[in-house]
Design a protein around this ligand. Structure first.
Ligand SMILES: *Cc1c(COP(=O)(O)O)cnc(C)c1O
Length: 448
């Protein structure tokens, strides 16, 4: 039997302010299963760290959100926000539920097409759409949402080249009581810029305005902002229909509904401050009914990303080492860091233990495996003494993790999805050296 290494004892005062939210939670949070599958079986089979997605949660979130809107308004279509998570299997689940695709680059456009989505079922957003991609999108009948005057110019050239009138929408930004305001995307309403864009499109004579779009931000905790947004968009719609020949067939409200995550610096728990999907739906549809003429109901598009996927994603990690820091805290080094959780800079995740320990709770910090001081997953958590090779489950991490993750210092790990019947499928293989070096070219003179 090997003897445990000796470590000089330190006496520390455990202050309640050292834990999040003021009151220390003196109960170790335990999770041994995801959708009935034992977590230790998953790591045995697929290794650690490991991203796990629950198809059950994804479909439940989608169906609940779709019902919240379709039960209130007759003409609703969801578009899956690719940048939130564009793994093929994830997109396939949302497309299967009835979502079209919402993309913000030519790369995401190609990905949606490769997923079998037709151009007409792609919403093409974003501040930079290369000319060639506009040409393809226009030819394939995509819903192109214009972001700048330069893009109006580009699209008019495309229309000339294709000898067609291109149906388009414009993205707009506005004051909805949320600060800082996202004013860099699309055309501003209050300054008159949005209306100028409409006039510019009208004068050009090569594009036909058929929709209005706006996406006011992400993780929006105020449902009322959507009511203001929707109201202002309808006012624009009326103004446009009164003063031009354009008919607005659809309003696209964007995404941004919050998930059950905890934004840093926000101290109430998500259960308390995150509006329900019904709150968001009520805010938007009540604005529609209050401002639209009865019988004239344009199609409503939603581009919800985070809210549909965040809770479906877990990251399983393993404690690879631990040490005590000079300030008395214990630092656990785990095999998943900010390379996999770019979002750790903004969110405090829920961290649950897979193995139960009875010991005294003590303040700890959870560090990732990177040789970088900023690699912190949780800077203040109460935990009993964990053993080496214990597992921690980090959640919710379904939104933006597997798109914003970095190949930095370590390989990206495997990703699995647990299906409705408890089947576990690998949906992305872990990377190795060949993935990292695939695009590198070695000049012959440096070869050895
Ligand atoms: C990112 C994005 C979305 C999705 O936002 P969520 O906060 O994930 O719901 C929708 N529309 C546009 C234009 C976006 O850029």
């Amino acid at each position: 039997m090997s003897k445990a290494a000796y470590e000089k004892p330190t006496i520390i005062k455990i202050e309640s302010s050292m834990s999040k939210g003021g009151v220390p939670k003196l109960q170790q949070k335990i999770r041994m299963h995801i959708d009935g599958i034992k977590i230790t079986d998953l790591t045995k089979e697929y290794g650690s760290p490991l991203f796990v997605f629950s198809e059950t949660t994804m479909r439940r979130q989608y169906q609940k959100a779709y019902k919240a809107f379709s039960s209130r308004y007759p003409n609703v279509q969801f578009g899956w926000s690719y940048k939130t998570n564009y793994l093929k299997a994830i997109c396939a689940v949302f497309h299967d539920e009835g979502s079209i695709a919402e993309v913000v680059s030519e790369f995401e456009y190609e990905k949606a097409r490769a997923n079998g989505i037709e151009g007409k079922d792609i919403i093409y957003n974003g501040p930079y759409k290369p000319y060639d991609s506009l040409l393809i999108a226009a030819r394939e009948g995509a819903k192109i949402h214009i972001d700048t005057f330069d893009e109006i110019h580009d699209l008019e050239r495309v229309a000339q080249e294709l000898d067609m009138i291109i149906p388009v929408a414009i993205r707009m930004n506005m004051d909805t009581g949320i600060y800082p305001q996202w004013s860099r995307f699309g055309f501003n309403i209050e300054s008159g810029q949005a209306l100028d864009a409409v006039r510019r499109i009208e004068v050009g004579g090569k594009l036909k305005l058929t929709g209005l779009h706006s996406h006011i931000g992400t993780f929006m905790l105020d449902a009322n902002a959507y009511k203001m947004q929707t109201t202002k968009m309808i006012q624009m719609m009326k103004e446009i229909e009164k003063t031009t020949d354009f008919i607005i067939e659809y309003l696209d409200i964007g995404g941004g509904f919050a998930s059950q995550s905890a934004l840093k610096g926000v101290y109430q728990p998500p259960e308390v401050i995150v509006p329900s999907i019904d709150d968001y739906a009520e805010a938007i549809t009540s604005a529609l009914y209050e401002n639209l003429e009865p019988g004239n109901y344009p199609k409503l598009y939603l581009e919800t990303g985070r809210h549909l996927i965040d809770e479906a994603g877990y990251l399983i990690s393993t404690v690879v080492a631990n040490k005590s820091l000079p300030d008395g805290r214990r630092s656990y080094i785990v095999d998943a860091g900010v390379n996999l959780l770019y979002t750790a800079f903004w969110y405090n995740f829920k961290i649950e233990s897979v193995q139960e320990h009875k010991g005294l709770m003590e303040p700890a910090i959870i560090n990732g495996p990177l040789c970088m001081n900023i690699d912190v997953i949780d800077e203040s958590i109460m935990l009993p003494r964990l053993d080496r090779y214990d597992n921690l489950v980090i959640s919710p991490v379904g939104a933006y993790s597997v798109t914003q993750w970095m190949q930095f210092i370590r390989y990206r790990p495997q990703v699995v999805m647990i299906g409705l019947e408890g089947e576990v499928d690998l949906i992305r293989e872990g990377e190795d050296l060949s993935d990292v070096e695939r695009r590198e070219v070695m000049p012959e003179r440096l070869e050895r």
